[in-house]
Ligand binder design. Structure first.
Ligand SMILES: [Zn+2]
Ligand SMILES: [Zn+2]
Length: 277
């Protein structure tokens, strides 16, 4: 069983045939998908989607690209959504100084607001960082002792950076970038990391792994990234799948809440949907 720790099933590229996408993931052995929000409206959608499929859970948040337009009232309106039982994290949130679609100061401000939120709601965080590692670390250090979990998504930094995040208790999630021919330095980093702190993700519909690079990505393709990691560690795909699946359950505090994809979760869902009627 594999896990995709970071998918955007409600992006316009994937919504039209979302059900087939989830079915193909099942057939490929992907038994857990974390569906990540990137904006206010999208965060509502990712939670609805998590209620439709037993193996899908949700994270709600606003991508650093989109925080410039945010208001305190927006955040208030999102609070009830974040409390939903299918929401396992706040994200994706963070800093992106590469594209700078929102001013840096605004990004830092809202990153802190969302981290405060995650602390008070006792939810994990999914962090996006690009060309902002020093600032990201500085801010995370203020919250790490109070956070219940965290994932650095689409990790592509150095070994030294990796250990800074591991020291703060974060998991590191690798995307299809790990399979790209020029990504040899990243593969060398992944080879040296403790496997119990590593997750697999697609970041679909973006960043499709080889051999689908440049095409629309989907959770079923996480297998290719896991295969690459397996080779790096000299392990079987099954072993890496099993271990990174377990890590994903731990990262999002799903251990002991029943195995996603198994009947007890479905029963719980049934009970909660009956309650809401
Ligand atoms: Zn991201
Ligand atoms: Zn993403």
């Amino acid at each position: 069983m594999l896990a995709d720790s970071h998918a955007h099933l409600d992006e316009p590229e994937l919504r039209p045939d979302q059900e087939e996408v989830v079915n193909r993931a099942r057939e490929a052995g992907v038994g857990l998908i974390i569906n990540i929000g990137i904006g206010l409206q999208n965060s509502h959608q990712v939670v609805e989607t998590a209620h439709r499929y037993h193996e899908v859970f949700a994270a709600v948040g606003v991508h650093p690209h989109a925080v410039a337009a945010l208001t305190a009232r927006d955040l208030e309106a999102l609070a009830p959504v974040a409390l939903d039982e299918r929401v396992v994290a706040i994200g994706e949130i963070g800093l992106d100084f590469y594209r700078r679609r929102s001013p840096e100061e605004e990004q830092r401000y809202w990153f802190r607001q969302f981290l405060e939120w995650a602390v008070s709601l006792k939810k994990a965080v999914v962090v996006h960082t690009r060309e902002a590692t020093a600032d990201t670390l500085q801010i995370l250090r203020d919250y790490s002792s109070r956070l219940v979990g965290g994932v650095m998504h689409c990790f592509s930094g150095s070994l030294e950076e990796a250990y800074h995040f591991l020291d703060l208790g974060f998991y590191l999630s690798f995307s299809g970038v790990l399979t790209y021919p020029p990504a040899e330095p990243l593969r060398q980093v992944a080879r040296q990391l403790p496997l119990d702190r590593v997750l697999m993700e697609t970041d679909c519909p973006y960043l499709a792994p080889q051999p689908w690079r440049g095409k629309r990505n989907e959770p079923a393709y996480v297998t290719a990234t896991a295969q690459t990691l397996a080779k790096l560690h000299g392990l079987s795909l099954e072993e890496v799948a099993h271990r990174t699946y377990g890590n994903t359950l731990s990262a999002f505090n799903l251990v002991g809440k029943g195995q996603p994809g198994k009947d007890n979760i479905r029963d719980n869902l049934l009970v909660s949907s009956l309650k809401s009627i």
